[in-house]
Design a binder for this molecule. Structure first.
Ligand SMILES: [Fe+2]
Length: 269
């Protein structure tokens, strides 16, 4: 069977998480928002551990079910459609139309994640031109810092698990960050990341990894001028062209500026 090795790896993975759940609970929201936590996750490309917590007894089999479900649309179909887009200067609507051509809830990804540890953050390249396309694996509760899309736009499609998006509005003159309610996306749904959006994406599940496919344009970009935010500590930073990651844990010369007490946070509900 083509997926027998894959399935047994998933069974081991599921057993490992079941064991972890018996002795662990997710970090509190305060901890998740903490800059150090974000730094550790972003800079090491690896998952935090949830040791030293206690609680969760719940048994959950959805990880296994989700993984072993047969997805019927080949990822290469999506890549072909993107490759053959006959536009010189693609616009978000072009990609939206391309995505509408296939049943995204049935997009297969299993072959692409074989050999990768789902307990870690991974970025798996699928295409470099004319769009940057990659699969990302998110360990439970993994998140990236709140960031601006200054130099690129794109789409994120969850393939397995969930992706929660929180949007922020920044009013520099008022020194305020406006916090929108968080919205959760599941497989088959599409998250649009326009130019200059400020947001945070997270796998909010304490139990299961998330797998998603990302499509970005232009295919190569740098983070020069990109703002990142640490809302809990009211900090903001502007990255420069040396930055290759959205992170609070870069060498100091990868930041154009870091501002403390940069804003207050106001929720919009
Ligand atoms: Fe983003």
């Amino acid at each position: 069977m083509q997926f027998s090795g894959f399935r047994s790896r998933l069974r081991r993975f599921n057993a490992k998480y079941t064991e972890k759940r018996r002795t662990s609970v997710p970090d509190s929201p305060q901890t998740i928002e903490n800059g150090l936590y974000i730094n550790r996750v972003s800079s090491e490309y690896s998952i935090f551990n949830l040791e030293n917590n206690a609680g969760l007894q719940q048994t959950d089999t959805s990880l296994n079910n989700e993984h072993t479900k047969n997805k019927t649309v080949e990822m290469k179909n999506l890549l072909e459609i993107l490759k053959n887009l006959d536009v010189k200067q693609p616009d978000p609507q072009d990609i939206k139309n391309a995505l509408a051509q296939i049943d995204l809830s049935q997009l297969s990804y299993e072959d692409h994640i074989k050999g990768y540890d789902l307990d870690k953050y991974n970025k798996i390249k699928l295409m470099e031109e004319p769009f940057q396309v990659f699969i990302m694996t998110w360990p439970p509760q993994f998140l990236l810092p709140i960031h601006q899309h200054r130099n690129f736009w794109g789409y994120v499609v969850p393939l397995q698990g969930i992706v929660a998006e929180t949007l922020y509005g920044f009013a520099p003159r008022k020194k305020k960050i406006f916090l929108h309610p968080t919205k959760t996306f599941k497989p088959g749904e599409v998250i649009y990341e326009p130019y200059n959006v400020i947001h945070k994406l997270q796998n909010t599940s304490p139990l299961e990894p998330t797998i998603s496919v990302h499509i970005y344009y232009p295919p190569s970009y740098n983070y020069s001028g990109t703002m990142i935010f640490d809302a809990q500590n009211r900090r903001m930073a502007v990255l420069n062209e040396k930055a290759e990651l959205l992170s609070w844990d870069l060498p100091s010369d990868h930041y154009e500026s870091i501002t403390e007490d940069a804003y207050d946070v106001e929720k919009l509900w």
